[in-house]
Design a protein around this ligand. Sequence first.
Ligand SMILES: [Zn+2]
Length: 284
Amino acid sequence: MSNAFTRRRDRLMAMKELRDRYVPYDQGVTCPGCYRSMARAEVAKNLYVCPLCGHHFPIGARRRLRMLLDRDSFDELNGGCVSADPLAFPEYREKLVKARERTGLGEAALTGTGRIGGYACAVGALDGRFLMGSMGAAVGEKITRLAEYATAHALPLILISASGGARMQEGILSLMQMAKTAAAIGRHGEAGLLYVSVLTDPTTGGVTASFASLGDVTLAEPGALIGFAGPRVIQQTIGQTLPEGFQSAEFQLEHGFVDAVVPRSALRDTLAQLLMLHRKGEGT
Ligand SMILES: [Zn+2]
């Protein structure tokens, strides 16, 4: 292993901000999976999956819904629901403004209704570029309202997670979203409706510990990091070396936390099939 290779890998591993893992808006992209450089257009036309090694780059919420939903079928719900700064947390307002500029979204969750393969559903996606897709009061409220809307309209629910967890700038108000979203999804389940949770890289913290883990069916993208605390924290706490591939989607599949690992190119068809199999009241 050459020094240049090691340095490049270390630099890629050191990317702390989730948004750095996204495909940048310049011509060249270095893949964190195989460390090879390639043209941005090449990755973009392959659904933002590395054509050489299959590494799945994270993608934004709008792009995600565009890839999954039938053309022009998305109707946004609660687009005006955005975070306030309840604790007057230092620099939080500035960070919100920057995140809105960067993503064109009001909040880290984009929610609404749409169709996949002709089947209607309530659907939401988190955007990791927006304060690491963290769940504050507004994200929790949007997920809750979406689940309630789905229950009221007898719609299946699909949520695509990508999150660093609860939003620390909102303290306890952020943590209580875990119970709130879980309760709304519980009521959706009691109504006999389908909820599919799709875990993408990374799904961690309070989002893993609430709505993302409550799917009737749980799917994950290949190589996604899925866990509560990060591997380094766990290793330091328990003082033991963790097994190879710990917290990867494949590891979680092997241990029964995930029902299937689905490549991005097959996700839309897989969801359409699940919706078709679980539709209610149509034929026998
Ligand atoms: Zn690659």
